[in-house]
Design a protein around this ligand. Structure first.
Ligand code: GLU
Length: 313
């Protein structure tokens, strides 16, 4: 695909020249140590090619991108329980908003805001071993990426555990409203560990391929989830994957995507490609500034969007 290869080179070159790169998240102290100079991009195409640029193999903290994998794991265990706990509406609020949760009596709007993710993770954390829940999510990610070297960065997990008071507030409030069953500390610990999974863009793009192919992992041929569930997860990523900037992302990029405060974004062009981008500087809403711009250039250049797909150039 020469057009795609040239486009990816052009995007990486343009991003390297940017001086306004956003702000690295510093509310989790370990994340503040990451240089905003990084940029990585990997496009894993439906026909099995990987087009890469920049820091494609440098591992970063996937943070909220883990909410996607936690949702897949929880839906596989008990989909009815997931949808009893969380809704499917965009929040229009910040990722860690408390006010909306109280107004709506402890039922989070969707599984991708922090409150919703904590409620989903609580379903996975129900186990005697406090490490089991994050371990199950890690095993899923390793299987999807075909890479057993993927691991949890415990320094990041401890750093967030020491400072994650807003998440603790959300979890305690949901426990009071019976949205969360388990011991709050166990749910929080599982959540902080899943967020601390470290992956490169190459690993992340591989882990997203099942959403390109209607739920089927192209590497193994295995149906990870049904085609209907894959469609619905893509819908949630489009409407809720970027918090209160989800509308803006749909407007600019037009693809389902999930961001994390580590600066990564996983975007899916159904039937075309799984795309992972990483640039640690964030916008005011907590999404990668250059990552979003790079995806906009890529989606536009390739005619990849879910609303009005154009033929590839
Ligand atoms: N662990 C982060 C938090 O809960 C994830 C947020 C994000 O990546 O958007 O604050």
């Amino acid at each position: 695909m020469p057009a795609l290869e040239q486009l990816v080179v052009d995007i990486a070159t343009a991003m390297a020249e940017r001086t306004a790169r956003g702000r690295v998240a510093d509310y989790i102290p370990e994340l503040a140590k990451v240089s905003p100079a990084h940029f990585g991009l990997v496009v894993a195409t439906a026909d099995g090619h990987e087009v890469v640029a920049g820091d494609a193999d440098t591992r970063f903290s996937i943070q909220s991108i883990s909410k996607l994998f936690a949702l897949v794991e929880a839906l596989s265990r008990d989909a009815d329980a997931v949808w009893r706990r969380v809704g499917r509406e965009p929040s229009g609020s910040a990722f860690n908003s408390i006010v909306q949760l109280e107004a709506e009596r402890g039922r989070p709007r969707n599984p991708f805001i922090n409150a919703g993710a904590l409620a989903v993770t609580d379903l996975i954390a129900q186990d005697d071993d406090p490490r089991a829940g994050a371990g199950a999510i890690l095993r899923l990610v390793r299987r999807l990426a075909g890479d057993d070297s993927i691991a949890i960065d415990s320094a990041v997990a401890y750093s967030e555990a020491a400072t994650g008071h807003r998440n603790a507030a959300l979890a305690h409030f949901m426990k009071a409203e019976a949205t969360i069953d388990g011991p709050v500390e166990q749910t929080l610990s599982t959540y902080f560990h899943q967020c601390a999974i470290a992956m490169s863009c190459r690993q992340l793009a591989r882990a997203g391929r099942f959403l390109v192919h209607g739920g089927r992992d192209p590497a193994s041929g295995e149906a990870v989830i049904s085609a209907e569930r894959a469609r619905r997860i893509n819908a949630l990523m489009l409407t809720c994957g970027h918090y209160d900037a989800s509308g803006e992302f749909a407007f600019r990029v037009g693809l389902p995507g999930k961001s994390g405060v580590g600066g990564g974004i996983l975007a899916i062009a159904p039937g075309r490609a799984s795309i992972a981008v990483w640039s640690p500087g964030l916008s005011a809403q907590g999404n990668s500034l250059l990552g979003t711009e790079a995806l906009e250039m890529l989606a536009h250049g390739m005619g990849w969007n879910v609303f009005n797909p154009d033929p590839a150039p």
